[in-house]
Design a protein around this ligand. Structure first.
Ligand SMILES: Nc1nc2c(ncn2[C@@H]2O[C@H](COP(=O)(O)OP(=O)(O)OP(=O)(O)O)[C@@H](O)[C@H]2O)c(=O)[nH]1
Length: 468
């Protein structure tokens, strides 16, 4: 049975084409995927409407560059219908709108360190909004005291905030989650709603009144079940599908969108749930940050001793060393090697050997911590490097001596009632002229071998080697 009146059907039959321009990049509402296929919640509504009205070839989906172009084409009658438009006074000059069918809040997103909550906290701050988006117009109209700046898309705006080029962005939370995940922008958080809420509607050119009532009828005839299926489809969409979002994002963004749509459709306490959505976004960002920190720790930590591994300590060395070199400050490095360590392994076993390594690192780390100087890292099996930025040779020598003596005095239990006293040989090199860090480390290494050669359990200084 046709839901249209004979007049409406006649009008529709007489239209050769209805040019429909979606927002090209407004996930999960509507967007074009990498194969330029029209996707999203609105796209699914359109599919049902298309079937209901039997639009067939009439419906021409036009892919434009951005939302600005969608609007300008609309003004010049280059297109006839929009899928997810906010109703504004300006747009009402050339568009007519259906009742809303999606609601999304615009949230305020800032960097983690930002202090303050809500839109009031943004006075005097650089706040970005998306050009040609109703949320941006709302910001400019209602908060002229803000230093608002338009950017072409959410992604660019989020990056500006993350990198410190702007203080805040106002954007819809579902899209924000997507781009935050996509770009790995883990330093962001949500501090509240902007007071603007998208009430997204279909819109048609204002001189096509019959199409408006046709679209409204068609929307009204979509059942609650069909609407639910739309969100279910998006929820269950696999990450390998054309919508190339990560699985995590799919779950979160779709859960967010699901909450949004379901609540709108069923008229529940939307505001309360919006707060939950925001909380979820902030929580998600924090979780991701934690995971990244853990991964970073894993990548920089020596598994046996918990101190820096070779890669990490050499990376720190390059930075610290360059800084001292540039500022004309002293820099010293110690290379520490456990004496006769093979014997420990041979006599007591590898496990005890490991215990000895850990004990020596602990002794050294504790001293450095108490003195609030330097870093220690394990660069080989029983070889460690200690970086001493801002420390000259004389002071470094006394640090090295202290480390050596404390290691010697530290009793390490090998087996029951058997204690072992490890010793170390230390090579010291201090920055003397403009040399590379590798050369400095090499001098420390040569000094360490000198310490071994001259009897072990001692500190040898590279300078003395050169001089002598
Ligand atoms: N237990 C344990 N042993 C290790 C580890 N890494 C290297 N080693 C051992 O450390 C020993 C180093 O031996 P050598 O290089 O001959 O030196 P050394 O016995 O300490 O003698 P000198 O350095 O000349 O005083 C070898 O037996 C390695 O197997 C480790 O992670 N755990």
């Amino acid at each position: 049975q046709d839901i249209l009146t004979p007049e409406e059907r006649l009008w529709l039959d007489q239209q050769p084409v209805i040019r429909f321009a979606p927002a090209p990049n407004f996930p999960p509402v509507e967007f074009f995927n990498e194969d330029n296929e029209y996707q999203g919640i609105t796209a699914d509504f359109i599919k049902i409407i298309d079937q209901q009205l039997n639009l067939g070839q009439k419906l021409e989906i036009v892919q434009l560059k951005d939302w600005g172009e969608v609007m300008s084409e609309g003004r010049s009658r280059g297109i006839d219908m929009w899928g997810a438009a906010e109703k504004t006074v300006a747009r009402s000059q050339y568009m007519q709108f259906t009742e809303p069918y999606i609601r999304l809040p615009a949230v305020i997103i800032v960097r983690q360190e930002f202090a303050g909550d809500g839109i009031e906290a943004l006075v005097g701050k650089k706040v970005v909004g998306i050009e040609n988006y109703a949320s941006y117009e709302h910001l400019q109209e209602n908060y002229p005291q803000l230093n608002a700046l338009g950017v072409p898309d959410i992604e660019a705006g989020l990056r500006m905030v993350s990198y410190g080029a702007a203080d805040a962005i106002v954007a819809n939370n579902a899209a924000a989650i997507y781009y935050i995940e996509k770009n790995g922008l883990t330093n962001l958080k949500v501090i509240g709603e902007s007071g603007f809420e998208w009430n997204l509607r279909f819109a048609v050119r204002d001189d096509w009144a019959p199409l408006l009532s046709i679209m409204q009828k068609s929307l009204d005839s979509i059942t609650a079940l069909q609407k639910r299926d739309i969100y279910r489809y998006w929820i269950n969409l696999d990450s390998s599908d054309s919508w190339k979002f990560t699985k995590d994002y799919m779950l979160i963004a779709m859960a967010g969108a699901l909450v949004v749509i379901v609540l709108v459709l069923f008229g529940w306490g939307w505001r309360k749930r919006a707060a939950v959505n925001m909380q979820r976004l902030t929580q998600r960002i924090e979780e991701q940050k934690k995971i990244e920190e853990e991964l970073k720790n894993l990548a920089t930590t020596d598994e046996l001793t918990g101190t820096y591994n070779r890669r990490a300590i050499l990376e720190i060395a390059q930075t610290d060393y360059q800084k001292c070199l540039d500022e004309g400050q002293p820099f010293s490095v110690l290379l520490i090697d456990i004496d006769h360590f093979k014997q420990v392994n041979d006599q007591y076993g590898h496990e005890v050997g490991d215990r000895v390594i850990r004990a020596i690192v602990n002794v050294c780390s504790d001293i450095l911590k108490v003195k609030k100087i330097g870093h220690i890292g394990r660069i080989g099996g029983e070889e460690f490097v200690v970086l001493l930025p801002m420390i000259d040779q004389t002071e470094a020598h006394s640090v090295a001596e202290q480390l050596r003596q404390c290691v010697e005095k530290e009793p390490i239990q090998c087996i029951e009632n058997t204690w072992y006293s490890a010793t170390v040989s230390v090579g010291l090199a201090s920055l003397e002229h403009s040399e590379k860090f590798d050369e400095l480390l090499n001098r420390a290494d040569m000094a360490m071998y000198q310490a071994k050669k001259s009897g072990r359990n001692r500190v040898a200084v590279s300078h003395e080697l050169v001089a002598g």
